[in-house]
Ligand binder design. Sequence first.
Ligand code: NOJ
Length: 734
Amino acid sequence: MKNELLQDLLSQMSLEEKIGQLVQLPASFLSEGNLTGPALEMGLSRQDIRLAGSVLSVIGAEKICRIQKEYMENHPHHIPLLFMADIINGYRTVFPIPLAQGCSFDPGLAEKCAAIAAEEAAASGIHVTFSPMADLSRDPRWGRVMEGTGEDPCLNRRMAAALVRGYQGEESGPIGPGRLASCLKHFAGYGAPVAGRDYNTVELSPRTLREDYLPAYQGAVDAGCALVMTSFNTLDRIPSAANRWLLQDILRREMGFDGVIISDWAALHEMLAHGIASDHAEAALKAITAGVDIDMASPVYCRHLKELVEKGLVPVSLIDEAALRVLQLKNRLGLFENPFKDADTAAEKEKLLSPAHRAAARECAEKTFVLLKNEDALLPIHPDTSIACIGPYVDNRLLDGSWSFFADDQDTATLREALTQAGCRASFAPGCSLLDPGTPLIAFQKKVSPDTMDSEQALQEALALARRSEKVILALGEPRDFSGEAASRADLSLPDCQLDLLRQISAVNPQVIVLLFCGRPLDLRPVQKYAKAILLAWMPGTEGAHALADILTGRAAPSGRLAMSFPRGVGQVPVHYAHLNTGRPFHGDYRTERFFSKYLDIPNDPLYPFGFGLTYTRFAYSPVVLDRTEMKKDETLHASVTLTNTGTRAGTETVQLYIRDVSASVARPVRELKDFRKVTLNPGESREVTFAVSESQLRFYTLDMHFASEPGAFEIFIGSDSTAQNCASFRLTE
Ligand code: NOJ
């Protein structure tokens, strides 16, 4: 529909109808057209529900078509309803969690996963996904790190853009067949809650906000995301949904976003708890003037916008603009022509969990695993080797991550099934769920599993099995719901009972391979001590177990790299590679020196740094060669290395380029990732890898807050992780 026709439609709508477009109701409020308890409690009327412009978490082609038909018949202007949902790392076919996808360092792969998720969800009638979450985070206490792609602005920016392209397609205009509109979230700074506690206050300087946190959001905006969700947190003591500067000056004017802004769940109501509104009417006034178009899951807009307009406190033009944006979104999705879009029960049957989608999930999972340790080349496992498989994740199907509520756990293979199918000589400890990862927190923290009798017997049998096997696979980890929303932890270790199991098993058979299932970086010091090999599986999704079998048996080689540093202990958090140097940087022995920026009891560096990951071969780097040592602002510098596979197997290396601005008008990070490339080489093969560096990559927020580069000295590091020492220097001149 042409924009003039939308304007026309808007001009015919009553104020109530326009406000209806700004109201989003959760599925639980609707019960096939009847009012449910929560809706009544919020004081909503049948009329409010009839006019609400969007709903969230209703799924299924048949159901959505039925609701849409009935809704449109009853709507005064027959405007279609928008269906939104959290399609995060897949719909029915589940891919690895976003943090794991970040570890692929492969935006093309993330794009492919998002495209499949969109295709499946669209067939089930959904129009909008609340993804990507582009919140940079450096604090693994925060459970939502599993939903982002890690700690780095450059990687996050590319990943966020790729995910938007995957959901929406390349085109900036219509969101076509098999695509979803993408809602970027949570704007802004949600990944930096004080002390890692979800929903907590955020304290970021304007410079750090712009330098580190905005780039990933900008990536999604540049890729054309159709919506942006505000964050729950305060920034500079202002909740985002009431922050006019953030939504208007930064998001709309500076970043160029012209789509729909939606609040997070009940965030307008939460303004009362934040203490910035004394009632819902005041909350409505603050949100609409700040620029929130849609109120998600609260009665605030529905019950108060009309009276605010009538009292002259809110100009009707503000309502018109917001309602028009929602109509434009519906139009971009083609809903005025076809309100059912892709909803189709036959397509649902054909597409959901199709063999091609499962194959893509397997490929993706395989590329997200990070090999953290592999002493004595314990991995891969030879087919003749006898393996004992022990631990709570051997028989577990809960491998999808905490946002996969539209998937069915029964579709996910267990490790036992996958290893058996792969023809491994594996034996499984009976009762090996010594601690069921579905267990509640309280039991998780207990020293022994709830049923001591059973676990004692199971332990003895597991030890006997470990003794008579050549190698042991110990599948450990956090339960699925220990990461995700409202899942902050103050302790980043595995529970005592799992660590006890590891110690006892390694005492009878030191050939221990730990497979680690989790949604956040953990404190792995004890695991590193007792396990000879550690393979980080994250929450790998529907095909995760089969992908693990591929890696364990050597049919594929690990290639994932950490998108987030693994701390030595929670006391270091937040620990990340792109920190400032301080006036007293420290590189010596932490136990002997003093008066530096350091701890008395722990080194400064993380246990495993950003960018780190091993594979089944080794790579050697030549020194960095630059084609010039002076670069004018309009010139391009080329930095090259020759990479050689010096091992005996083919493998994929992620070559990473970091830059340090040695001296500038403000302190700059010790290094920043600027580019990366994945290179696959056969044994003995060499390849030259060249990166082009331009002036735009050297820009930052200068003393007077201009985004610009400054002439002077720079260092370039090229290597296999963020600690690479392979370095060359150049000068930027005017
Ligand atoms: C709250 C979460 O913060 C947000 O990420 C999610 O999209 C909404 N709930 C809707 O489920």
